[in-house]
Design a protein around this ligand. Sequence first.
Ligand code: G6P
Length: 369
Amino acid sequence: EQIEKGGYDHFMMKEIYEQPSVIKDTYRGRLLADQGLIHLGGLEDYIPKFLNADRIIIIACGTSWHAGLVAEYVFEDLTRIPVEVEYASEFRYRNPIITEKDVVIAISQSGETADTLAAIKLAKEKGAFVYGICNVVGSSISRETHSGTYTHAGPEIGVASTKAFTTQITVLTMIALKLAKTKGTISKRDYMLYLHELELIPTRVEEALKSNEKIKEIAEVFKNASNFLYLGRGCNFPVALEGALKLKEISYIHAEGYPAAEMKHGPIALIDENMPVVVIAINSDHYDKVVSNIQEIKSRKGIIIAVVTEGDTAVTEMADYVMVVPKTPEMLTPLVTTIPLQLLSYHIAVLLDRNVDQPRNLAKSVTVE
Ligand code: G6P
């Protein structure tokens, strides 16, 4: 097992550090930025299905559901096709309206999650076209879907999903770009820019990983907190949810993810000098709004741990701690902002002596309801 961990103490850490190379594996041979090409074998024949769809319904559970939420922002913005994201467990039992004009995307690392599988079967019965995004080759979901794309992240052993999440987002982004290009809802310039920036993501993730030691120090400060709040806006709202989920899963500390602007409708009541608030405050269209959210937290003595873009000044001055990520176009930021959050939860769990790779009560693949 020590050999399998490749010199890391835990599979989770190994998998966090594998992200630059597995993201590359995900787009290898599929993304040719210089030629302006995206080629996804499973997608080519079905592009008209997507483009003629009334809507895209994304179904998934857990971390895969968070990847679906990120995709909602990316797909709607780029392709102008309406997207809904559903928990598979809710979708399957609420007599959902599905027609032959719907395209369903099922996301699953293991390809074995019982609720997702059942939701796929239901969607197929109602005539929808179902596309799978799985990691495990030959898994039940990959066989049950009409077509799909593998993430090629390699085996993920740690129960808390890390590299599966970033590779799912990579695949979803490539699909959205391909559809937008075909539909004509993206300019040539933006399309080329995103392709080149996507190719640079492995380098960006490597840079983000360089904050590891600093994040370990932050973990030391907050390891005994009993609650955490995670805030983000836009496509980084799902990243806040994912950051909170990671912390809950492996450290057993209660954490909640929230859209930053919703804080005033509830969570702000929880803020005092004992509440660490992790805020994704990268350079984006929402930057000024996030700055004012941070001011609201500071004026209530909350502690700010901010994820900021390199070169940031305004948030850095206000925050108690910062975790720096490199600059990338806003739509791609979830691929880098998620890295410090993975590391933070990892270090807190290790410092608390938790069973990082096999947290209590959780399973890697949930094959029962
Ligand atoms: C379990 C795992 C999570 C995972 C979820 C969905 O809860 O512990 O890490 O996100 O199942 O799994 P899937 O294999 O369908 O992505």
